[in-house]
Design a protein around this ligand. Sequence first.
Ligand SMILES: NC(=O)c1ccc[n+]([C@@H]2O[C@H](COP(=O)([O-])OP(=O)(O)OC[C@H]3O[C@@H](n4cnc5c(N)ncnc54)[C@H](O)[C@@H]3O)[C@@H](O)[C@H]2O)c1
Ligand SMILES: [Zn+2]
Length: 405
Amino acid sequence: MQRFTLPRDLYHGAGALEALKTFKGRKAVICVGGGSMKKFGFLDKAIGYLKEAGMEVMVIDGIEPDPSVETVMNGAAKMLEFGPDWIVAMGGGSPIDAAKAMWIKYEYPETTFEDMCKVFGLPHLRTKAKFCAVSSTSGTATEVTAFSIITDYNKGIKYPIADFEITPDVAIVDPELAFTMPKKLVAHTGMDAMTHAVEAYVSTANCDYTDPLAIHAIEMIMVDLVKSYNGDMEARARMHNAQCLAGQSFSNALLGIVHSMAHKTGAAFADYGAHIIHGAANAMYLPKVIAFNAKDPVAKKRYGVIADYMHLGGKNDDEKVALLIAFLRKMNDDLNIPHCIKNYGADSYPCEQGFVPEKVFLERLPEIAKNAIGDACTGSNPRIPTQHEMEELLKCCYYDLDVNF
Ligand SMILES: NC(=O)c1ccc[n+]([C@@H]2O[C@H](COP(=O)([O-])OP(=O)(O)OC[C@H]3O[C@@H](n4cnc5c(N)ncnc54)[C@H](O)[C@@H]3O)[C@@H](O)[C@H]2O)c1
Ligand SMILES: [Zn+2]
């Protein structure tokens, strides 16, 4: 038996934020990040709409990018004091993911972070509050997914919390929130969405319900992402939908080792002054993983189908896979994303020598590879890499080498 779960309601289109006016409840907490929602006026609008709905409103702000376990625990303590029956999370993947984890701790105060990380092992939520997610970036699709990514900075590791219990009750996909994204954020979140769709389509958990969402998302992202990056706001609005379709697919089909590797490298070199931003990591690793996975005959055929939908040409599946890889690499060039960690600067742009020194990378490689294999996204990848293969794959991602194993 397979399960396909999405939010019960999804409000989309310009002005969809107004749906908050229709919510029924007594008290709402709004969770936001570092200030963009306030700066661009969306926080005040949301507060106004919830008050119009007759609710008392509290704001938890300052949730940092790649939120920590501590942020989750502090936020949950505030929720326990306030007692909301609605949690409204607004912003990028970071505040929404943090709010999802706070929700678990709010409903079950005795839960530890380790308990939360037991894949599909959460108790029933919604005994105290319902959850609405309003996305302001066009990538993670966390407004519709069963996932939350929290970083344990003591270990330098991102942990996915995965359970349909944390699939929001309501998603609001209002393109007006995405119009203020700076170019770099458009690029990174957009390639995150492309990775979600491609990984979902070749995942071993794909099905008839998830395939059309993934394929349609890929077709949209290939047309609209670079345009959106270059300032076309109609394309920006379509990207906001495309990423959400990709999310609906991967929340149910799961992901693969591009994400395993991105989760385990993202904060692994934080002591050298930067993160490898989630979407940029995916963008660099996706072409390498496609080459690796294409050794599996079923996956190769599926990449061929993707290439066909993209009208990339190619006489056989080998040629189609090569054309797909070339297309994705060209997208990275168009979006000013490097091809490998060695050339990944602390500002995320391509450069001769990036912020991760070769020696440090090689020292940490065995541990990172082990952690990536153990990531929750590895199980649904079409090929399960050995420790040796994962190390080699990560080396290809560091030096931009061809994958021929
Ligand atoms: N839950 C999931 O299913 C899922 C999937 C993929 C990634 N993730 C996680 O999500 C996080 C990344 O989320 P993200 O890429 O959305 O970015 P983010 O939430 O980390 O935000 C990045 C920056 O962009 C700013 N920002 C957000 N929206 C803006 C807007 N509209 N205009 C101007 N600035 C804006 C924020 O203030 C922040 O400084 C990572 O922790 C990643 O691991 C989660
Ligand atoms: Zn992602």
